[in-house]
Design a protein around this ligand. Sequence first.
Ligand SMILES: [Zn+2]
Length: 291
Amino acid sequence: MPELPEVEALAADLRERAAGRVIDRADVAEISVLKTYDPPLTALRGQAIAGASRYGKFLDLVTDGQLDGQLHLIVHLARAGWLRWRDSLPEQPPRPGKGPLAFRLRFTDGSGFDLTEAGSRKRLAVYLVADPAAVPGIASLGPDPLDPAFTPAALGAILAGRRMQIKGVLRDQSVIAGIGNAYSDEVLHAAKMSPFRLAASLTPDEVAELHAVIVSTLREAAGRSAGLAASDLKAEKKAGLRVHGRAGQPCPVCGDTVREVSFADSALQYCPTCQTGGKPLADRRMSRLLK
Ligand SMILES: [Zn+2]
């Protein structure tokens, strides 16, 4: 799933490619993706794109507002969604319910992009709104970790009194915006911290270290992704990860074997030597299987 660094790069890529282009049509190929109905997608016709930006993991394409007021086409790619730029799209709208295509935006010069979603669970979401804050997931976002206002003190205030595991806190979009399952694994590995540490138990020094690592991990990933086309971002993200998705492989820091804890819907990866004093964490699924 694309997280802050990849969505940041997608926004930059779209600013390059789409700004100034005029929308011919926007079409839904998978009915469940469109979460708003007023204004309708036909309101985009004839509008020019002014820019693209990001709120957490939400991508925002904004029109220049010359025809009407500004409109924001907001996309959340969810776990299996992706954006693919196309230099030439057919004039006819896509036929619904065929393959992974969920949404298509076509410009008057024939270029545009497709939003696709693999798998049967459809979570990709598209919103057309006059104000991004009208999207519930944006209205409830916590501070952005690349915003200068996200200081060690701000992180300390977020964690204080929170009796939750730090892994879950980092992933909670209403607490900090833009970090998902992959970068929370990477941040905790770089901070040499157990994913199961209680957020409220961190000392001021640990908060400062965690803050530094959050910012550097996301900045480095954003730097690696910057300038890449949408089609190259997935491979770049994967190549840059040290523990996430690497169970069974050696930790690049200490050489210990990266381990995994599985949950119903996801899994986390960590290095025991770097993060948990060499002790493997209990994996309920594994112990159930072994009984
Ligand atoms: Zn290690």
